[in-house]
Ligand binder design. Structure first.
Ligand code: TRP
Length: 458
């Protein structure tokens, strides 16, 4: 493809699967169960769903319409809609945020690949609860192995990106997403039918409202942002490949339903199996340990009498994670690649190579912060933790707040209406409510999250 020429997604299904592929990732399967476990189960899930509906959907629609209207990379999009203003910095901030997330996200994505291989080579058989923390600790602190996986994962992402939008992103999403659904459904069925699994199911569906406090609300909101890929122009970039006839509101609904479905299903894989194996997930199981330490053990215990099932269950689970992570890393890479390519008139290949190389370098630092660089701390955080904290807890909410302010206050109302109705063809009875949320509710709510991060509010 020549510089300046732009592709579009070829079909409606391709649009939904690519956007859902971005949204569904480690955030759903790794982070969601951890947050749910820490924040009281069903009550947290309820709040999370409210956040998806009230904040996630309107902001996603805003990103979609900004991207589809301009057909440009995220910085270019703001420049076109608000020429000679500083709004372009919202786009640039997004590129920077995506770049940071991609660097540390790829580290965890690399771990999932290692665990898929470990599971496939039957390395977990006969191991006990004492063995798994050691296996994970030795692997994560090894100076070479995780780095090699990180590089492999980024190169794989790179290959898809270089192939372009149609034959790369769209084609892979169409294969990988259905595969992911099939694996998820099979795993849920296996998990909920284990003996004693019903307690885990109960934990997920019986809300205990006494568990809700301000920090639970804030966690639910943060999780909604991360999981929906919101706040950094990722979905804005994907929407720049949407055709004129794409129904934006319907796409928002589809993506949010799919993303929430996969997150809930991840809960239904992990908790019933954990309860069945006699685990109560406590604060000590937080973070990387949940899926890399607790779960291999859960699989061994839960299927103690049937090692073949334990084998199949764990192999499928880690393959599922690799697939989910890959479709997300592709989306983050695309934001930065198309930005470089369009703003600095570079070929797609050259832009992608620069991004991949820089991410490998940053990713290596993140990866080594579990081993040789563990002692290097800033504000008491390792490099990995710092990247995670700065991007997810600060930059994404800040980005989301500016996106809703831009859509609510700056965008021309007629342009806004035309985009969501496709020029008057589709009805949009929710228009006023949507504007109210974007103007007032979302920015204020997000402001609370950020102030809370700095301990100003609560
Ligand atoms: N949403 C993805 C997940 O759940 C991660 C992701 C992809 C992301 N693109 C993003 C997060 C953009 C924030 C912003 O794993």
């Amino acid at each position: 493809m020549k510089i300046g020429e732009r592709e579009n997604f070829g079909s409606k299904l391709g649009v939904v699967l690519a956007a859902a592929g971005s949204a569904v990732g480690l955030g759903n399967i790794w982070r969601f169960p951890i947050e749910t476990g820490q924040n009281g189960g069903a009550a947290f899930i309820l709040l999370y769903i409210i956040c998806i509906i009230v904040l996630g959907m309107p902001i996603m629609l805003s990103e979609f319409l900004i991207g589809r209207h301009t057909h440009a990379n995220t910085a270019g999009a703001y420049r076109m809609l608000a020429p000679r203003t500083q709004w372009k910095w919202v786009g640039r901030l997004g590129v920077f945020t995506g770049f940071m997330i991609l660097s540390y996200y790829s580290v965890v994505a690399g771990w999932t690949a290692e665990y898929a291989v470990l599971a496939a080579s039957n390395a977990f058989e006969g191991k006990t609860i004492e063995d798994f923390p050691r296996i994970f600790g030795e692997f994560a602190s090894n100076p070479w192995k995780p780095v090699l996986w990180l590089i492999a994962f980024l190169v794989l992402t790179h290959v898809v990106i270089v192939r372009g939008v149609n034959s790369g992103i769209e084609k892979f999403s169409k294969i990988l997403m259905p595969l992911l659904f099939i694996i998820v459904v099979i795993l849920v069925i296996c998990s909920v039918t284990l003996p004693g699994a019903s307690k885990g199911v109960e934990f997920l569906i019986k809300p205990d409202f006494s568990k809700i406090d301000s920090s639970v609300v804030l966690s639910a909101m943060g999780q909604a942002f991360f999981s929906l890929s919101l706040g950094m122009g990722c979905l804005c970039t994907y929407a720049s490949y949407f055709g004129k006839d794409t129904n934006l509101a319907k796409t928002v609904l589809n993506v949010c339903v799919i993303d929430t479905f996969v997150a809930l299903m991840a809960g239904f894989i992990i908790f019933p199996a954990s309860f069945s194996a006699g685990y109560a997930l406590g604060p000590e199981d937080i973070g990387p340990s949940l899926i890399f330490i607790t779960l291999p053990n859960v699989f061994q215990q839960a299927f103690a009498g049937a090692p073949v099932l334990a084998y199949i269950f764990s192999v499928m689970f880690y393959i599922l994670l690799v697939v989910a992570a890959l479709t997300s890393t592709i989306s983050m890479h695309e934001v930065a690649t198309i930005y470089l390519s369009e703003e600095f008139s570079m070929s797609r290949r050259k832009a992608a190579t620069i991004i991949t190389s820089c991410c490998i370098v940053l990713g290596i630092f993140c990866s080594l912060s579990f081993g040789v660089l563990n002692g290097f701390r800033m504000w008491d955080m390792t490099i990995f933790d710092l990247f995670d904290f700065a991007s997810s807890n600060i930059l994404l909410p800040v980005g989301g707040m500016f996106i809703s302010l831009f859509a609510g206050w700056h965008l021309d109302k007629q342009l806004f209406r035309d985009e969501i109705t496709n020029g008057g063809i589709i009805r949009a009875p929710y228009f006023r409510v949507l504007l109210f949320i974007l103007k007032y509710v979302a920015p204020l709510a997000i402001c609370c999250v950020i102030l809370n991060q700095f301990g100003v509010l609560f």
